[in-house]
Every structure is written in structure tokens, then in C-alpha cells.
Design a protein around this ligand. Structure first.
Ligand SMILES: [Cu+2]
Ligand SMILES: [Zn+2]
Length: 217
């Protein structure tokens, strides 16, 4: 009997110390959980608020647009590809034109997407800000002034122009207008000819094509 009572008292003591350890573990667990769960919420809240405050229009401004123009002249033909990664980004103009005489040729976006009377009905250089004709690097230039493209002895002009003035976005977009290649060099407004500040005296329109929207992908 005493032995059983002593064993039961040692069993009770064991239980007490087990309970104490269990409570200690629970307290530590609760403290750990509280401290580790009390710091993450601000991060979660910041993430949630920053993602919910992102305006939808921002995504559209960052959307990239592509356009393409197939130049269809009698002898001069080619393809021009336009890419713009967002409305404030420069436009990359990648061109390959064949059938040219060797040398520089005026290369412009003209106002209208109309070729009912050949390249003539495309109208003047695209000039929404009513400025004088100039070089692509000038402040005083038409929006459509992309300067010259240079053909080699093989009659091919190939390259890429990066321009910050033309755009595929908004009311002054070049989409729906006409790309024209001229017979002669564009003097970039500095030739002193009566047409220098209007057309760059670049001569006849040897090839043109409508600038159309291409798949964005
Ligand atoms: Cu032109
Ligand atoms: Zn011009």
C-alpha cells in the first residue's frame, strides 16, 4: 500500500512537471506565433494597397504597339516596321527598301493615309504642330521628318532609325498615314532652296505605303 501510494505520488509529481513543461511550451509557442505574426501583416497590407492603387491606364501606357508599312512603288519596294514600347518610349523604325538609285533618299511620314492618286494624295509631311521642315534631330521639324535612308550600289537601303517624336499612340499617331521614299536627298531644311523648309527638296515620290497597325504580340 505505501509503495503504491509512493508510486502514485511520484506519478502525480511527474504529471505536474509534465503539465509545467507543457504550459511553458504553449506560452513559448503563443509568444513566438504572436511576434512572428505581428510583423508580417504590415508587409501584406503594403503589398495589397500598392497593387490595388496601380492605375489601369498605367498598363496601357506601358503596352507596346507595332505597325507595318509595305512600300509599293514602280521600281522601289520595301517594308518598314515600327515598334514602340509604351506611349512615352521612342519608336524603332526598321526599314529595308530595294530598287533605289545609290545615295540618300528623303524618308517621311506624310499626313494622309490616302493613295487614290498614287503617293501624291498622301498630302504634305505630317506636321500637326505647324513647324518648318527639318532634320530628325532638330526641334524645328515636322513630326513626319525621319531624314534620309542611304542606298548602297546594290540599290538597297537597310537599317533602323530610333525616333522620339513620332508615335504609334494618341491623336498624333502615325498609324493610318503614309510613309514615302523620295527620289532625291532630303536637305533637312538647310539647302537654301525655296522648298527646303517645306519638303527638304527631296524630289518626286518614288514609293509609298500605308502605315497599318500590326499584331501587338
Ligand atoms: Cu516626303
Ligand atoms: Zn518635313
Amino acid at each position: 500500500m505505501p509503495s503504491s501510494s509512493s508510486s502514485s505520488s511520484s506519478f502525480i509529481f511527474d504529471n505536474k512537471s509534465k503539465a509545467f513543461i507543457l504550459i511553458a511550451v504553449i506560452v513559448l509557442f503563443v509568444l513566438y506565433n504572436f511576434s512572428s505574426s505581428s510583423s508580417p501583416p504590415p508587409t501584406t497590407i503594403v503589398t495589397t494597397s500598392s497593387s490595388s492603387s496601380t492605375p489601369t491606364s498605367n498598363n496601357q501606357d506601358k503596352m507596346s504597339l507595332k505597325a507595318v508599312c509595305v512600300l509599293q512603288g514602280e521600281a522601289v519596294k520595301g517594308v518598314v516596321r515600327f515598334t514602340q514600347d509604351g506611349k512615352d518610349a521612342p519608336v524603332s523604325v526598321e526599314y529595308e527598301v530595294t530598287g533605289l538609285k545609290e545615295g540618300d533618299h528623303g524618308f517621311h511620314v506624310h499626313q494622309f493615309g490616302d493613295t487614290t492618286n498614287g503617293c501624291l494624295s498622301a498630302g504634305p509631311h505630317f506636321n500637326p504642330h505647324k513647324k518648318n521642315h527639318g532634320a530628325p534631330t532638330d526641334d524645328e521639324r515636322h513630326v513626319g521628318d525621319l531624314g534620309n535612308i542611304k542606298a548602297g550600289a546594290d540599290g538597297v537601303a537597310k537599317g533602323t532609325i530610333t525616333d522620339k517624336i513620332i508615335s504609334l499612340f494618341g491623336e498624333h499617331s502615325i498609324i493610318g498615314r503614309t510613309m514615302i521614299v523620295h527620289a532625291d536627298v532630303d536637305d533637312l531644311g538647310k539647302g537654301g532652296h525655296k522648298d527646303s523648309l517645306v519638303t527638304g527638296n527631296a524630289g518626286s515620290r518614288v514609293s509609298c505605303g500605308l502605315i497599318g497597325r500590326q499584331s501587338d504580340l
